[in-house]
Design a protein around this ligand. Structure first.
Ligand SMILES: [Zn+2]
Length: 213
């Protein structure tokens, strides 16, 4: 598995290209913007894009998805359907985040907890992790021990819950049941900031260690 990280948007959102090294097929996860940077990386590495996967509907994670869908004629897959209102409200999000105006679009396929999605020979399982947003999902690859978590958990922090339909208790419950139950050496690829591991966050993350209530 090849992982190419491309920081996009003024929020330095970690867009990831996930590629199967045997087939050279790839997906783009959370293309928040800077479409030309993403397409340049696909070309540079000789990869064929098969789909766009979204963890949630915040604009800094989805801003280039529609452009990529049209350019490559691929499907947008995910997140879970409770996220619908964030897509409906993409024009409002552009104002909220101070981004250029956008029009609403929708995924081709919503995901459900327990779904399996593939790129080439790589299989990821879908885990529903509401709290930051209601339809947030994460993508777990068990052989490579890696999980793409969007804005659920970060190195030393957790996702914001002060947006509409955010819920801090639900977020902590999602982290405890869906992330911290993974093996300690599982690599966490977060939507912002540096990579970390499940074990490291269990030991040091102040928001989940109970130190701050
Ligand atoms: Zn977010």
């Amino acid at each position: 598995m090849q992982i190419i990280t491309i920081p996009v948007t003024p929020f330095a959102q970690n867009c990831r290209i996930i590629a199967c090294e045997h087939t050279r097929l790839a997906v783009v996860v959370d293309p928040g913007g800077d479409c030309e940077k993403i397409t340049a990386k696909l070309t540079e590495h000789g990869l064929t894009l098969t789909a766009i996967w979204l963890t949630h509907g915040h604009l800094d994670h989805v801003g280039a998805a529609e452009q990529l869908r049209q350019q490559f004629n691929v499907n947008i897959i995910g997140p879970q359907q409770d996220e619908h209102f964030w897509f409906e409200n993409l024009p409002m999000q552009a104002q909220m985040f101070g981004f250029a105006p956008v029009t609403a679009f929708y995924p081709d396929q919503w995901l459900a907890h327990g779904d399996e999605i593939t790129v080439g020979e790589l299989r990821f399982s879908v885990r529903h992790c509401p709290g930051h947003t209601p339809g947030h999902v994460v993508f777990y690859q068990s052989q490579q021990q890696c999980v793409i978590v969007g804005d659920v958990i970060f190195n030393g922090s957790i996702g914001r819950t002060d947006f509409p339909k955010g819920n801090s208790e639900q977020l902590i419950a999602s982290i405890n049941s869906q992330i911290l139950t993974l093996p300690d050496n599982t690599r966490i690829l977060a939507g912002h900031g540096s990579d970390t591991t499940v074990g490291h966050e269990k030991q040091t993350n102040p928001f989940i260690s109970g130190r701050y209530g």
